[in-house]
Design a protein around this ligand. Structure first.
Ligand code: C5P
Length: 223
């Protein structure tokens, strides 16, 4: 059978990663976290003294780091120039800087090409999660899902994921998340948006298991 391509988009804290990983594992598909790639390039910029608010400097450096994503949903990996980036890309420092870096068109072109080649190489297909997958990266996906949830539910989920001193208080997490979504939705190039042919799933009142079931059912129906 032909490879099945699934695009899962939505703002932060809607359960995209947990849902996408579980769905991919259940169906034997690959899994790609595109946010991790934007975080990885941002981490490299910070490590190399690039001012992330200087779009020209970011554009000039964008092709330098070599980003490699492993697509096994049971153990996704990401490296930058051979270094394991999985831990460092989740810090508040990277989270606060990523929207500025991901808004730079040269960064998006490079990362989009990388994402398309990874998706094309997945033997049975792949679940790709992000912000612009259904509209820009994989417009011909077999299924497009757009996950939403109330700001309160998203902030609660996100602070549950943060560990120890990174956790802070719920109000601060909520503010940071709303600010990042506004930046991601308001940028000129490939803003966060629902594709016309995407199925919107509001996860506010759903458990993770229910969201997974819902997406698996949609994929089976789309086949
Ligand atoms: O999904 P995650 O919260 O890890 O994404 C981190 C950031 O990467 C987002 O806030 C956004 O700026 C950027 N991103 C993007 N396009 C994608 C995925 C993520 O611009 N497809």
């Amino acid at each position: 059978p032909a490879a099945v391509i699934v695009a899962i988009d939505g703002p932060a804290g809607t359960g995209k990663s947990s849902t996408s990983k579980a769905v991919a594992a259940k169906l034997g598909l690959g899994y790609l976290d595109t946010g991790a790639q934007y975080r990885a390039i941002t981490w490299w910029m910070l490590n190399n003294g690039i001012d992330v608010n200087d779009a020209i400097a970011v554009a000039d450096a964008a092709a330098k780091p070599v980003i490699v994503s492993g697509t096994d949903p049971a153990a996704p990996t990401i490296t930058v120039d051979g270094l394991d980036a999985a831990g460092p890309i989740r810090t508040q420092e990277v989270t606060a800087a990523v929207s500025a870096v991901s808004a730079v068109p040269e960064v998006r072109t490079l990362i989009t090409d990388l994402q398309r080649s990874i998706a094309a190489e997945a033997p049975l297909g792949i679940v790709v999660e992000g912000r612009d997958i259904g509209i820009t990266v994989l417009p011909d996906a077999d299924l497009k899902v757009f996950l939403t949830a109330s700001p309160e539910a998203r902030a609660a989920r996100r602070s549950g994921e943060l560990k120890g001193k990174e956790a802070g208080d719920l109000a601060a997490t909520r503010e940071a998340l709303i600010k990042r979504d506004a930046a991601d939705s308001g940028r000129k190039t490939s803003p966060l948006a629902k594709a016309d042919d995407a199925v919107e799933v509001d996860t506010t009142e759903l458990t993770l298991e229910q969201v997974i079931e819902c997406v698996v059912t949609l994929i089976e129906g789309a086949g």
